[in-house]
Design a protein around this ligand. Sequence first.
Ligand code: PRE
Length: 107
Amino acid sequence: MTRDDTATDGGTEQRIPDEMSLDELREEIQTIDREIVELIAQRTYVADTIAQVKDEQDLPTTDEKQEEQVMARAGNNAEQFDVDANLVKAIFRLLIELNKVEQRENR
Ligand SMILES: O=C(O)C(=O)C[C@]1(C(=O)O)C=C[C@@H](O)C=C1
């Protein structure tokens, strides 16, 4: 994503970042950070439901094949948005581990 792309999203109200004050830019970051946490929470809630299904079907918590697919998708999405694929994959590794801890607590 380029600096100009940032200007087209809703939060910046069509203004280019150079015209925004430091406080405004930090408010933008604050909003994004909240959205990230909300999405992590949503991902974790889905994992809770997956844990119930796995429990009913007597499946193990860890599904390595699925994890590989999630990691590959993360890398592809990172490339699509021009961010460091290794960094994004490291974040997804943590998200998967978070889910597994959550799932083990719920079955
Ligand atoms: O898809 C699943 O089976 C999940 O439990 C979700 C998830 C993930 O966080 O993406 C977590 C643990 C599994 O090993 C694989 C994937």
